[in-house]
Ligand binder design. Structure first.
Ligand SMILES: *Cc1c(COP(=O)(O)O)cnc(C)c1O
Length: 756
């Protein structure tokens, strides 16, 4: 009865098993990423560096031994031993050696006689030319001292971890990732040629460490192959450090090994191993083979079925590492070339993903899926970085459009900087305005006050001006822009999509104009999936936004509609993501700023490129880290070379095309309706103003082809020399909180390589 229950439980097919035929590398990569994400979530590794508190070095018997005292957050102080051939001078290949549950450190390193002939794996590998690092897992296999109900120490530990929602295996992997850092940064070790060896429990730890390591690592796993259900039946035990609780719902052991492809993998198992079934191990090997075939990496997989017990064939292991960690293998990427530096990365760590899931779960459980308590929490939290009442909406574009509809711009002119994202101007068009463009100034990249003054003179029907905080900089010129607008009774709506958290003086972006519009699209500094926010100067405006976003209801909950509002709501599910991202937003800002200051220093001596100087009064969020290329450099070619030769992708420009050159505005009615600008400056002043027609139908048009433009040709208030210069010359360096120092150095060295 009990066994049928167990069989039924363990018999279900894991959901992440790839369905054959799985025959292409990109599909395998995507699948492997899915497996790793689940492993990461279930393992809940709390990453903290291992501290080395003491080192004691001896050279004896042809080996150099460093006894290290290590300190881990989960288990406190423990011992590790680093072995190296004494004549090792050049950076050598290295292997982190993880023994089985009962393996003792002295036996692994050969300091005391091994109880099995193959126990001293670390010593063998060191004598074969590898630097090795070894430590005990700290979960003795025997009964604990007080023999609590006859339970094994490992089982007790595993239960305690499970009770708190964590896993013992995750803690072991945390220590191992720390040990990997210790090994990789050792002066004798070639950081690009490091592998993992594990036996039995140690193999489980090696496997999961490799799945969670930041780059691919060669793995040799001995006496740890099979399926979880068969291993369970054989051992009548589940997860004492060797299994992630809950993993079988997603993947079995063979799947996990298959997910390592295309990293080099050597699996060995014995036909006389009391802990596993040869037939079951063979079947698991089949799953692994299929994965390696799918990844087009069968040459990186080596499975050995050997006439041995629960042991290790050290010669095969040493041969494997000699191949996988040879210099040639490194050059061909077999030991895992460092990954590319992407243009951007959206990253939610395990704790944040859990927090999102908890919030989504609460929404689903309550049935309240939109406009609920999650939204209220998101809005309340946003205040921290805007200083104003904020109303959450469906997108940044919706935020702009709602603000402009409240201002009432239909049939009138809205002035937009010619250097901005298309959505800024498109929102004005949708709200019924005629769009006119204005040049920018090059210090803060905001609207040029002189150009604005001229434009306001030319377009006295202007209803609103839309300053845009390009790259996260709130331009000090904004003060002049605002006083110009105030004097003429023109509303200011800030497009603050780039600038959450930026301050100018003591004020946040979004707190200068009558409205501020933010976006939480995945490319921005804070994200909700899709989402936006309108910050409002007063409570009355905030109430208006709430009505517009919800189909123009005349009051909340009312069935009467007094305006053509839309579905511009933010769902509780999006608010869940946005809230969790805002909860860490102080850290996000701090990380972005630290990276930016680092770039400032690193770029100082790189020829051919100059960082944009952020004005002193501005505390930027560094949505973009902007720099300028010296005139002769071809930006498109540079970007291509950085990508192809150095694996470095630059971030997108802000922006590479002026809006007046975008096909829509270059040809649209919206820009064709009024003539008299441009070279004929002032000629058209007053024409077409205030005639109240909707978008693009501006009256007063066609009063002759002024300014030398041909009839019907688009007429704009050009020539926008400063914006054009900016669009041509700037680049944006990759900058996101998970950018590592090594990656940052790579970006700078790649630039130096291409520019000098
Ligand atoms: C992203 C962005 C928007 C639009 O935001 P969505 O959320 O995508 O609608 C508007 N203006 C600027 C400057 C932006 O960068």
């Amino acid at each position: 009865m009990q066994t049928t229950h167990v069989r039924r439980l363990l018999g279900a097919e894991p959901t992440l098993r790839p369905t054959p035929p799985l025959s292409d590398a990109p599909a395998h990569t995507a699948w492997s990423r899915g497996v790793r994400a689940v492993v990461e979530r279930l393992a809940r590794v709390e990453r903290a560096p291992l501290e080395i508190t003491a080192v004691d070095t001896t050279v004896a018997d042809g080996l150099r031994r460093e006894r290290l005292t290590l300190n881990s957050p989960s288990r406190g102080a423990f011992q590790g031993t680093l072995l190296a051939p004494p004549d090792t001078t050049a950076p050598a290949p290295a292997v982190l050696v993880l023994g089985g549950k009962n393996a003792r450190l002295e036996q692994l390193t050969g300091e005391s006689p091994p109880d099995f002939p193959d126990r001293n794996v670390a010593e063998h590998l060191a004598r074969s030319g590898f630097v090795t690092l070894t430590f005990e897992h700290g979960i003795g296999g025997g009964l604990d001292e007080q023999r609590r109900a006859g339970r094994e120490e490992g089982a007790l530990l595993a239960h305690a971890f499970a009770l708190t929602g964590r896993s013992l295996l995750g803690a072991l992997v945390g220590d191992t990732l720390g040990a990997l850092d210790v090994l990789t940064s050792h002066r004798l070790v070639d950081a690009d040629r490091v592998g993992l060896f594990g036996h039995s429990l140690g193999a489980a730890v090696a496997l999961h460490t490799a799945l969670l390591a930041p780059r691919p690592l060669p793995v040799c796993a001995a006496s740890h192959l099979g399926s979880y259900p068969a291993l369970y039946e054989r051992l009548l035990t589940g997860y004492e450090g060797a299994v992630l609780p809950g993993i079988l719902e997603y993947a079995d052991l063979g799947d996990l090994y298959a997910a390592l492809a295309p990293a080099p993998l050597h699996l060995q198992f014995g036909t006389d191993d009391a802990y596993l079934e040869p037939a079951d191990a063979r079947a698991a090997a089949g799953i692994v083979r299929r994965g390696y075939r799918a990844a087009a990496a069968t040459d990186r997989l080596d499975v050995r079925e050997l006439p041995m017990g629960h042991g290790t064939h050290v010669r095969h292991a040493a041969d494997f590492f000699a191949r996988a960690l040879s210099r040639g293998a490194e050059a061909s990427g077999a030991s895992g070339a460092v990954g590319d530096v992407p243009a951007q990365r959206v990253h939610f760590g395990v704790a944040e993903r859990r927090a999102v899931l908890d919030r989504v779960d609460a929404a689903l459980a309550s049935g309240h899926l939109t406009q609920g308590p999650g939204l209220a929490r998101f809005e309340e939290l946003s205040r921290t970085w805007t200083g104003r009442e904020g109303v959450a909406v469906a997108s940044g574009a919706a935020a702009l459009e709602i603000a402009l509809r409240i201002v009432g711009v239909a049939g009138r002119t809205v002035l937009v900087p010619v250097n901005t994202f298309f959505a800024t101007a498109a929102a004005a068009v949708r709200a019924g305005a005629r769009v006119r463009f204005v040049d920018i100034e090059l210090d803060g990249l905001g609207i040029d006050p002189d150009a604005l003054r001229a434009a306001l003179d030319r377009h006295p029907d202007t209803a609103a001006v839309l300053p845009v905080h390009i790259g996260g900089i709130v331009s000090p010129a904004l003060d002049d822009v605002i006083s110009l607008c105030e004097r003429r009774g023109v509303a200011v709506v800030e497009d603050a999509a780039h600038a959450l958290g930026t301050t100018l003086g003591d004020r946040f972006a979004g707190a200068f104009g009558r409205f501020g519009a933010f976006s939480f699209f995945p490319t921005k500094v804070a994200v909700s999936g899709e989402g936006g926010l309108v910050t409002c100067a007063n409570a009355e405006d905030a109430e208006q936004v709430r009505r517009w976003r919800d189909h123009g209801k005349s009051a909340q909950g009312s069935t009467l509609h007094d305006r053509p509002g839309g579905n511009w709501r933010m769902s509780e599910l999006h608010a869940a993501v946005g809230t969790v991202d805002l909860e860490r937003f102080d850290d996000t800002l701090a990380a972005r700023r630290a990276l930016a200051y680092e770039y400032d220093e690193l770029l100082a001596d790189v020829p051919g490129v100059r960082a944009h100087t952020v004005p002193a009064a501005v505390h930027s969020n560094y949505y973009k880290y902007l720099a300028y290329l010296d005139a002769p450099v071809d930006r498109a070619l540079l970007k291509k070379r950085l990508r192809e030769r150095h694996g470095v992708s630059l971030a997108g420009e802000v922006y590479d095309h002026l809006l007046c050159d975008q096909p829509y505005f270059a040809s649209a009615e919206a820009t064709r309706t009024e003539v008299g600008a441009g070279a004929g400056a002032g000629a058209g002043t007053g024409a077409g103003a205030g005639t109240g027609a909707g978008a693009g139908t501006g009256a007063g048009a066609g009063t002759g082809a002024g300014a030398g433009t041909g009839a019907g040709a688009p007429v704009v208030d050009g020539p926008f020399e400063q914006a054009r210069w900016f669009a041509r010359h700037h680049i944006a360096l990759p900058l996101y909180p998970t950018l590592t120092r090594a990656e940052q150095l790579r970006v700078v060295e790649a630039l130096r390589g291409e520019l000098s």
